[in-house]
Design a protein around this ligand. Structure first.
Ligand SMILES: [Zn+2]
Length: 150
């Protein structure tokens, strides 16, 4: 543990699950609050843990055990492979959609209004994928904080 003379003291990561569960002494709870006011990393982890607890419903984090929730939050391999999976999935669908659109445009036997209809459908799909992609990028930004903290 680092020096207790520093203003914000030691990181309180080990106390956070107990803090959320309301199991700390008053003194420990105050230490967590003071530290999280001053330390963006621990504040971030506290927010992550609160979100995680919302995920697991009424289960108490301390009963899940630190190993379980740290593993759940910090499995970089899973996260990276999932990112690559998303990239391949989205890229493949965009290429397939592009080819389909090209086929439609050069096919002179298809009525213009049908082309317009399909253009609208594919345009809508493209917007949906862009929004998913944007969400993934935002989540990755959050993950970066976690990697620094843990
Ligand atoms: Zn801290």
């Amino acid at each position: 543990m680092a020096s207790k003379n520093r203003t914000i003291g030691d990181h309180v990561g080990a106390l956070l699950s107990g803090y959320i569960d309301g199991e700390l002494t008053q003194q420990e709870g105050q230490r967590v609050e003071l530290h999280c006011d001053a330390c963006a990393d621990c504040r971030q982890e506290l927010g992550d843990l609160r979100a995680l607890r919302d995920d697991v419903g009424n289960a108490r984090l301390s009963e899940m055990g630190e190993d379980v929730w740290r593993e759940k939050m910090d499995d970089t391999t899973v996260r990276v492979s999932r990112g690559i999976g998303w990239l391949l999935f989205i890229g493949g669908i965009l290429i397939a959609a592009g080819m389909a659109i090209y086929e439609f445009i050069i096919d002179s036997s298809i009525e213009p209004w049908v082309k317009f209809l399909f253009a609208a459908i594919y345009g809508g799909l493209a917007l949906l994928f862009l929004s998913v992609l944007r969400q993934r990028l935002l989540e990755r930004k959050t993950d970066k904080y976690r990697d620094v903290e843990i």
